[in-house]
Ligand binder design. Structure first.
Ligand code: IFM
Length: 731
């Protein structure tokens, strides 16, 4: 069972192994290591996921590479390894300090002569992203001689692997190296570990990485293990680099490396922290959520191009380690306020993957840029046509996420627009941002239809955010987003024309966009966006109101298997008004200025009881809209649901038979969105901070910081007032 304290989460029974893997994850944006114990075997899903490194095994799903573990350590006595499953287990706790990203465990086993305890600490250095550090301490209350073996373990678990081959080990003194390569693209992956004995005199026998410890019953033995990882995407000679990194780490030593790592975290929190007064649990849970965003933020420059954040972060191989709309819509707002350079990096990643988006559009007989629903390093779509497995037949189910969830391209445009609005950084538009916007506009221009009867342009045969209803016409959210793309294209062109007319002319010529431009102008006034009915409710898509109107409980009672997929051809929700996640409500939360409070309230009241919230992207949109309509207390449980998503570990683990467990960065971002945009009523207008306090009734105060072009702003919001201090340029 876990307990959440200030900056620490502790699990004291080790039962929930898979949940703890996520809950106690450490990382630094380059890689993340799951919160499993050092000796964990593949069924416990130990993993070190490397951001942006993918592999495909045969015709199985392409997914991120799980690297060998350079910190793998097993303790044994008389040849019998100690495990958490052993009957000799006495006590076990694991914890995570989420201020500094330090994982710890303490486990005691009974032996016939003594109680034997292993205590470890480890971190993924924020200072040297290639480095993992571990302190491994063994103690006993009576003399005993256990053995410690430290390997670079290649026996890792993969959902669709294995992904590595051609393993070549070498041992040089206390340093062990391994070079191997991915199967598909032959990317070299190099690892090394170096071991330092804090009490080397206690080690009486040494055989490569195997140590027989002579414990005297009072003095513990401390071993320090430094593991490093480089890939062929980082350097020409990753092997040389891992060796150098290990030597550097051994020379610096644990204390120094830990201090450097902590200094980086201090810097992150100096800008990124949020302080809540009046609600300790919310404070802890929100900081924990922000921690999870920071450990997957790709701050480092990659020589092979920019990368973004996958939907399950770096917590495993779920969803093929792919980047979805989650990043732009749910995570980017936090980083836009605190580290806008990261959002620029997300956008650059999309600019660099434009060729993949163009290829996808061509594949569907369309023009422009149709971004991948599940994007990996090239921008080609990793999403398959059969993304769910039927629980009854074991057969793949045809899903339409890949070909019909067209809003993905517009979501990316919205992020570009928001970035430029907030930072005034027009350079990104010239470096491919405007090209991206125009190519997305062109994609929609090539996919919409004109209805002569209704005298309007429509978007037909799409899937909106509610994935349970496939191939629908005029999904309100999608249509409004498409219109936003046209609006953004138009305003950005005229804005840049004023600044650099030659650039605009050249770009229009390069893209041959003049005809599209004229067509877009003609389409805009007659592009259809569904409007509220007399009751103020907006129909989610054409014909939605004609579907069976039954309760969530009734739909749930129709399930024959708890893992059954609710959507698609045979899903229990497909023929009903029950939806998976916020859809119309997301549109209202994004375009709030265009709708009255009456309409917002009507849609909240209508859609919330009909929403399964089967996605971690749902709660925050309901919460945001509720805050706008005076419902902060109503929104509070939705905020908590988001903020504690990875603490409680109650998120869905299966879609059909496909494993979808992992961390939920979109929910982490959603928690910040609700606290800051929702409860504090924060927004930016022309680079000026605006706040409308609407805190939940038991909150006294919230402090957060925003990094604007003129410096760091510290905003304090109380129940009825707010205050802003500018801390100047020197951030
Ligand atoms: O992007 C989401 C989608 O909206 C719902 N299914 C899971 C995806 C990844 O989080």
């Amino acid at each position: 069972m876990y307990t959440l304290y200030d900056w620490t989460i502790i699990d004291d029974d080790g039962q929930a192994v898979l949940e703890n893997g996520n809950r106690l994850l450490i990382g630094n944006g380059y890689m993340a290591k799951r919160g499993t114990v050092e000796e964990a075997d593949p069924p416990c899903m130990p993993a070190i996921i490397l951001g942006g490194v993918y592999d495909k095994h045969g015709d199985r799903w392409r997914e991120p590479v799980n690297a060998p573990d350079p910190l793998f350590t097993v303790l044994s006595l008389d040849g019998i390894p100690f495990t958490l499953a052993g009957e000799n287990l006495s006590t076990h706790t694991q914890s995570l300090n989420f201020r500094y990203g330090v994982y710890s465990r303490k486990t005691t086993w009974n032996t016939k002569d003594a109680h034997l305890t292993v205590s470890t600490e480890r971190f993924a250095s924020m200072d040297d992203i290639h480095l993992l550090c571990m302190k491994y301490t063994v103690s006993a209350d009576a003399p005993v001689s256990p053995r410690v073996e430290i390997h670079i373990n290649t026996d890792v678990c993969d959902l669709n692997g294995p992904h590595l081959g051609d393993f070549r080990f070498e041992v040089k003194g206390q340093t062990r190296t391994l070079i191997c390569e991915t199967l598909e693209k032959k990317i070299p992956i190099a690892l090394a570990n170096g071991i330092e004995g804090g009490s080397l005199s206690s080690i009486i026998e040494e055989n490569r990485s195997s140590y027989l410890l002579d414990l005297d019953g009072s003095n513990p033995v401390e071993l320090f293990v430094f593991g490093t990882i480089w890939t062929g995407l980082d350097a020409d000679d990753p092997l040389e680099n891992v060796e150098k990194s290990v030597l550097r780490a051994k020379k610096a030593g644990w204390d120094c490396l830990l201090a450097e790592h902590k200094a980086k975290w201090d810097e992150i929190w100096r800008i990124g922290d949020v302080v809540i007064k009046g609600d300790d649990y919310a404070q802890r849970a929100l900081r924990y959520s922000l921690y999870h965003l920071h450990i997957i933020a790709p701050r480092h420059k990659r020589r092979c191009g920019n990368f973004s954040i996958p939907a399950r972060g770096l917590s495993g191989q779920t969803y093929k380690g792919a980047v979805f709309w989650d990043t732009e819509m749910f995570m980017a707002p936090y980083f836009l306020a605190t580290e806008p350079e990261l959002v620029a990096q997300f956008i650059r990643y999309r600019i660099e993957t434009l060729p993949g988006a163009r290829r996808k559009a061509v594949e569907y007989g369309l023009r422009g840029a149709f971004f991948a629903w599940e994007s990996q390093e090239t921008g080609d779509d990793a999403c398959t046509d059969f993304n769910v497995t039927d629980v009854f037949t074991g057969r793949p189910v045809r899903t339409y996420f890949r070909d019909k969830q067209v809003h993905i391209s517009a979501d990316i445009v919205l992020a570009v627009k928001r970035y430029v609005d907030a930072t005034g950084d027009f350079s990104i538009l010239k470096e491919g941002g405007l090209e991206l916007i125009l190519e997305v506009a062109r994609f929609y221009l090539s996919s919409i239809y004109y209805s002569p009867e209704r005298k309007r342009y429509e978007a037909l045969d799409v899937v909106g955010p509610d994935e349970y209803h496939e191939r629908v016409n005029n999904n309100a959210f999608t249509n409004r987003m498409i219109l936003m793309v046209f609006e953004t294209a138009l305003t950005t062109i005229s804005l840049l024309k004023e600044k650099d007319a030659i650039f605009i002319e050249a770009l229009m010529a390069k893209l041959n966009f003049s005809e599209d431009f004229a067509f877009m102008q003609a389409v805009m006034p007659c592009f259809y966006v569904p409007q509220p009915n007399e009751q103020g409710v907006i129909e989610q898509f054409d014909g939605y109101f004609r579907l069976e109107d039954c309760s969530l409980d009734v739909v749930r009672s129709r399930l024959k298997d708890p893992k059954e997929y609710w959507g698609g051809g045979n899903g229990v929700a497909s023929t009903t008004r029950i939806i998976k996640q916020a859809d119309v409500v997301t549109m209202l939360a994004l375009f709030g200025d265009e709708y009255s409070t009456f309409v917002k309230k009507a849609n909240l009241a209508f859609y919330e009881p009909r929403t399964e919230h089967g996605s971690s992207l749902s709660a925050c949109m309901y919460a945001l809209l509720a805050c706008e309509t005076g419902g902060s207390d109503w929104a509070y449980p939705f905020f908590i649901k988001n903020a504690e998503m990875d603490i409680a570990g109650k998120g869905k683990h299966f879609a059909g038979l496909v494993y979808i467990g992992g961390t939920h960065p979109a929910a982490n971002g959603g928690a910040w969105l609700t606290a800051i945009h929702g409860f504090c009523g924060f927004s930016l207008k022309n680079n000026k901070i605006q706040v409308t306090p609407r805190l939940p009734s038991h909150w006294q105060e919230v402090m957060f910081r925003v990094l604007l072009p003129d410096g760091l702003h510290e905003v304090t919001v109380t129940r009825d007032r707010w205050d802003e201090k500018v801390r100047g340029q020197n951030v």
